[in-house]
Design a binder for this molecule. Structure first.
Ligand SMILES: [Zn+2]
Length: 87
């Protein structure tokens, strides 16, 4: 009877260890998942060449200048950029 109790305790201990390692693995995965997606809903950020702010593409002012797409945080920066390039 004593022998069976010892085996039972060892099995419980092993089960506990396995469950604990599963939990730890899951915590690590959760942390990785969060750090891998710091962006807002997977959206790309673009840099404003005038004020150097980073804006999500959907909120940025897009303007093609000399065949290249430029993104601005607002009309003010767009106008500043155009007048600066004209000089
Ligand atoms: Zn700007």
């Amino acid at each position: 009877m004593f022998f069976r109790a010892v085996i039972f305790l060892i099995l419980i201990f092993l089960l506990y260890k396995v469950l604990k390692s599963f939990q730890e693995n899951r915590l690590v995965k959760d942390k990785d998942g969060k750090s891998a997606s710091p962006r807002i809903a997977g959206e790309d950020l673009v840099e404003d060449p005038v004020c150097h702010r980073h804006i999500p593409v959907s909120q940025a002012f897009k303007k093609d200048i000399a065949g290249k797409a430029h993104y601005f945080c607002g009309k003010d920066c767009l106008e500043k950029y155009i007048s600066a390039n004209q000089r």
